[in-house]
Design a protein around this ligand. Structure first.
Ligand SMILES: [Cu+2]
Length: 151
């Protein structure tokens, strides 16, 4: 009886493993290495202001498009993905829900264009600022931004 139970358990485990395996491999293997983050930097906020912007470059070495959906950091209460657009001849910022990085391409967040908008900053900011970028496939990547002065 004991050995039968053991056998049954082994059978269940084997079956569940077989069912679990395709789900595991459906996400891209070693996905963490397929997005490369570089040149991450945070603009030193204007004295007395609790908001600023961050810039970085995202390189997608995978074949498929990846989508940045959220960014968080302990030193900022809220981080939004923003873009700039011209509206009636005026440059405006607008929040976007996600940022697509096509396969094999890079997307550059830089002053005057795409950027991460930082709110509720915990001042003063350190020189090195860890932040976490999360993607639509559930993957989150940590990076460290450096503080820079716009002047
Ligand atoms: Cu903005």
């Amino acid at each position: 009886m004991f050995s039968f139970a053991k056998l049954l358990l082994a059978a269940i485990c084997t079956v569940s493993l077989q069912f679990a395996a395709p789900a595991v491999f459906a996400t891209e293997p070693s996905a963490s290495s397929q997005i490369q983050i570089s040149n991450a930097r945070v603009r030193e906020p204007i004295p007395g202001r609790m908001m600023s912007a961050a810039f970085l470059t995202l390189k997608n070495t995978a074949k498929h498009t990846r989508k940045l959906v959220s960014v968080s950091a302990e030193w900022a209460g809220l981080i939004e993905i923003h873009t700039h657009l011209h509206e009636d001849g005026v440059m405006k910022m607008r929040q976007i829900n996600s940022l697509e990085i096509p396969g094999g391409e890079s997307v550059v967040l830089e002053p005057g264009g795409l950027h991460l908008m930082l709110f509720k900053l915990q001042l003063p900011l350190e020189d090195t600022l860890p932040m976490e970028l999360c993607f639509s496939n559930g993957e989150c990547i940590e990076t460290t931004a450096t503080l820079f002065s716009p002047m």
